[in-house]
Ligand binder design. Structure first.
Ligand code: APR
Length: 192
């Protein structure tokens, strides 16, 4: 499955792209960066804290007017002092190994889908994601990376002529290694 999606995405490479990048996404000068927020949208730690610190207090003021966000949904604000023009805030699932794994998988996929749909609605053409839910929310990195890559490549293949540059950012080697392993396996046809 992912192999075909990656091949299709490559065919549209002149318009669409998905790449893996190691670093701090608050430094990226793209149309939008995605925040792995919580449902209050009033800031937190991790990438949420980093984005709010880099954006400045105006971001919190705009977020306060959004009245929160449900898991899997996405809302957009300006980027203020960030290099990125916009921040798309999404709320990932809190991983629960004893819970409904299929539902959590769908919620995480929805974070990527909703963020991409919102970027499309606002005519944006470059978007950087953190590895949503893999920090404080405890989602297993390998599975989260697989969901991210599958959802993003499927979105690109559903919008072949749009021209969206998706950057999947890795803030640590575990996430980087997970993405690289999935892409390598897909290219060898070892993933369905
Ligand atoms: N740039 C890119 N990625 C980052 C950055 C950064 N500056 N800072 C952290 N990350 C990565 C983490 O290493 C992790 O892989 O973002 C991923 C998501 O981790 P968290 O930020 O902890 O987000 P999440 O697991 O979705 O938990 C969300 O944590 O910060 C709170 O308010 C937030 O309650 C919410 C919860």
């Amino acid at each position: 499955m992912i192999k075909e999606l990656l091949e299709d995405a490559k065919k549209n490479a002149q318009k669409n792209a998905v790449s893996i990048w190691r670093g701090d996404l608050t430094t990226l000068d793209c149309d939008a960066i995605v925040n792995a927020a919580n449902s209050t949208l009033l800031g937190g730690g991790g990438v949420d804290g980093a984005i709010h610190r880099a954006a400045g207090s105006e971001l919190l003021h705009e977020c306060a007017d959004l009245h929160g966000c449900t898991t899997g949904a996405a809302k957009i604000t300006f980027g203020y002092s960030l290099p990125a023009s916009y921040v798309i805030h999404t709320v990932g699932p809190i991983y629960n190994a004893d819970g409904d794994i299929a539902a959590q998988r769908l919620e995480l996929a929805s974070c990527y889908q909703s963020s991409l749909d919102l970027a499309y609605k606002h005519h944006l053409h470059s978007i950087a994601f953190p590895a949503i839910s893999t920090g404080a929310y405890g989602y297993p990195v390998e599975e989260a990376a697989r969901i991210a890559l599958l959802t993003c490549t499927a979105w690109l293949n559903a919008h072949p002529d749009y021209g969206m540059n998706i950057i999947l950012t890795c803030f640590n080697s575990a996430v980087l290694n997970a993405y690289q392993a999935i892409i390598a396996a897909a290219q060898k046809g070892e993933l369905e």
